[in-house]
Design a binder for this molecule. Structure first.
Ligand code: ATP
Length: 202
């Protein structure tokens, strides 16, 4: 899959609708201090399913919504969309018949986030897995923020292992395994309950 475009509306300092074309190869963002370079990278991480407000440099997730300026009132909604080319058919099975994917995350003040893929409401988890399987996503090693190199050098071995797993694109498998284990436990406990019912009937 290839990122083609990023669209933002009401996200942090990007109050007006803004569209960025992402060309093939390496992309650099340059600009004066405070112009919104980090906000752009955060928008990409956010649309891929980031769940930590702290990692978005906020106290709560609503802090990603445009908070107002001297000339403009605050907004109540923020939206980020990322457009992907799936011509190489590398998206997970449930999305793999689509040539292009338009993934949108929207947040409304005090109401939380919703996700849509090509206009259809989708679970946050499915969007997160879609990117995790591509070795990208909110925790991707491809997005190197300020202070990250130092944090990696000082990280615990287990945290460094997670980093390697993320880079190898297998973190989605761990997450699926965890989900399968939970389902298995629920099925086992249902079976136990069924045994109790059968015994009381006998
Ligand atoms: P530097 O080069 O100094 O790291 P930068 O280009 O990365 O700066 P950002 O940190 O992306 O800049 O943007 C900071 C700007 O975004 C600040 O002016 C801040 O007020 C603004 N900002 C952050 N969150 C919001 C929000 N919710 N509403 C409005 N503006 C916001």
């Amino acid at each position: 899959m290839q990122f083609n475009r990023l669209r933002l509306k009401g996200f942090k300092s990007f109050v007006d609708p803004t569209e960025l074309v992402v060309e093939r190869g390496m992309t650099g963002i340059v600009g004066p201090n405070g112009c919104g370079k980090s906000n752009l990278v955060e928008a990409l991480r956010w649309v891929m399913g980031e769940t930590s407000a702290k990692r978005m440099r906020g106290g709560e997730m609503d802090d990603v919504i445009f908070a107002g300026s001297q000339r403009r009132p605050a907004h109540n909604i923020a939206e980020v969309a990322v457009h992907l080319d799936n011509a190489d058919r590398t998206a997970p099975a449930q999305f793999n018949d689509l040539d292009e994917l338009d993934i949108v995350r929207r947040i409304e003040r005090e109401k939380g986030s919703t996700y849509r893929v090509n206009g259809k409401e989708t679970r946050a988890r499915d969007v997160q897995l879609l990117f995790a399987d591509q070795a990208t996503g909110a925790g991707s090693t491809a997005l190197v923020s300020q202070g990250r190199i130092g944090a990696i050098i000082n990280a615990k071995p287990s945290d460094r292992r997670s980093l390697l797993e993320e880079a190898a694109g297998i973190s989605g498998l761990h997450s699926r395994r965890h989900e399968a284990e939970l389902r298995l436990k629920a099925a086992e406990s249902n079976l136990e309950r069924l045994d109790d019912v059968i015994q009381t009937l006998e």
